[in-house]
Structures are given as structure tokens and as C-alpha cells.
Design a protein around this ligand. Structure first.
Ligand SMILES: [Fe+2]
Length: 239
């Protein structure tokens, strides 16, 4: 700024300087939207590969965000959880469809192949410098707090909070839903499993947050007059 500039000239100069910044913000937002669009495509690819779990990843994403919000996580971390939840099973693309959709029990070898999906997911995502730590969250979504999970047997503090949250949401939705090898076990049984193994397989704080979310959803449900409104559906709608 030159001392001879009038206030009007100064204002114009400031506006001119601001314009590129606005344009930059728009471009960043556009890139952000495009990246999210790509993640949605990845999500749909998994559903094409494994149609029995269509909607599962979205359910997990929504449930995980509700848990994370209840735990007071920042908006950035909630976004990470939402996106990682939406593609947490991306590694299933590398598993043969006849194993993924097999009705009945899997053999030990088939089970080992299916379990590879967590590591496959990490390999697929690690090369992309996403704004969010998606590769690591996906890598850890089958780890358990006592170290009995896979693929690396991480325990407690070695796990990201985001992964602990996605893990609990994943178990809840998977148990509550139908699978090729068994009928749906229901939300009650899913919650019972999580309660029973709280602090052993699943993070205590995360399970408590899920219970709080479900409790609130039940309250909302009890106030509704419409029929056929399941607990889980209300939970998803309430976030
Ligand atoms: Fe999984």
C-alpha cells in the first residue's frame, strides 16, 4: 500500500487482493466435494461386489458419526469417521464373490481370505493423500481392544478412537442385519453382544456412547405415532 492511496483506493486494493483468496476457497471446496464424490463411487463399488451388504456401509457411517458426536469429537474427526465408515469394507473388492455371498458357514481358509479385506482396504487407500486418515481407520476396523482382532492384533491405545467407533458401529449393524449365512439377529442381540464384551473386545466409552444414542432414539420413537418405525431407523434419522 502506498501512502498516497485514498481510503477508496485502499478498499479497492483490499477487494482485489481478496478475490484470489475467495477463488482459492471455492477451488478447495470443489476439490473437497470431488474427493467425497470419489469416495461415494468406491462405496457403491463395494455394494456391487457384495450386494448382501448394500446399505451396510452407510448405516455404519451414520451410526459411527452419531457415536462420535456423542463423545464430543471435532467436526474434522466426525468427517473422517463418516467417510471411513462409508468405505470401511472397500477391501472386499479383492475377495471372490462366491465366498462373500456364500450361504452357510465359511471354511477356515475362506474365513482367512475374507479377513484379508481389512489389509486390502489399507493397501488400496494408503497411496492416496486424503485429507482424512481413511487408510488407517479402515485398516483397524476389525481390531479389538484386547488385541484379539485382525490384521495386526492391535490393542487399546494402539488403536485410533475413530477405528474403535467404526468397529462398534460395524458389529452393531452387521448383527442387526441379515447375512447370506444367517438371518438377522436383531438390535437387542447386537447391543447385548456389545455390552457383554465392553472393555474386552470393544471400547467401553464407545459402547456407552452407542447406548446413549440408542436410548435417545428410543425416546424419540416412543413419542412417534407412526407404525413400523424401528429403533435403528430412528437412530439414523435422529443424527
Ligand atoms: Fe469389515
Amino acid at each position: 500500500m502506498y501512502p498516497s492511496e485514498t481510503p477508496r483506493e485502499q478498499m479497492h486494493a483490499a477487494m482485489e487482493n481478496q478475490q484470489p483468496a475467495d477463488q482459492l476457497t471455492t477451488k478447495v471446496e470443489e476439490a473437497h466435494r470431488n474427493l467425497k464424490g470419489m469416495i461415494r463411487i468406491l462405496e457403491k463399488m463395494v455394494e456391487l461386489k457384495d450386494p448382501y451388504t448394500a446399505g451396510h456401509q452407510q448405516n455404519v457411517a451414520a451410526m459411527a458419526v452419531a457415536i462420535g458426536r456423542k463423545m464430543g469429537l471435532t467436526a474434522d474427526r466426525l468427517e473422517s469417521i463418516e467417510l471411513a465408515g462409508a468405505i470401511h469394507d472397500i477391501g472386499k473388492i479383492g475377495i471372490p464373490t462366491d465366498i462373500l455371498c456364500k450361504p452357510g458357514r465359511l471354511s477356515n481358509i475362506e474365513m482367512m481370505l475374507v479377513q484379508e479385506h481389512a489389509a486390502h482396504g489399507f493397501l488400496l487407500l494408503q497411496g492416496v493423500s486424503f485429507t482424512w486418515p481413511l487408510a488407517e481407520i479402515v485398516h483397524q476396523h476389525h481390531e479389538r481392544v484386547n488385541g484379539s482382532g485382525y490384521p495386526r492384533g492391535l490393542a487399546g491405545k494402539e488403536m485410533m478412537v475413530e477405528s474403535k467407533i467404526v468397529a462398534v458401529a460395524d458389529v452393531f449393524d452387521a448383527m442387526a442385519s441379515h447375512r447370506p449365512y444367517r438371518p438377522a439377529l436383531g438390535e437387542k442381540a447386537a447391543l447385548e453382544e456389545l455390552r457383554k464384551n465392553k472393555g474386552v473386545l470393544y471400547d467401553t466409552q464407545v459402547v456407552n456412547a452407542l447406548e446413549a444414542v440408542l436410548g435417545e432414539a428410543q425416546l424419540v420413537e416412543s413419542k412417534q405415532t407412526e407404525k413400523n418405525t424401528g429403533l435403528f431407523r430412528f437412530c439414523l434419522e435422529s443424527i
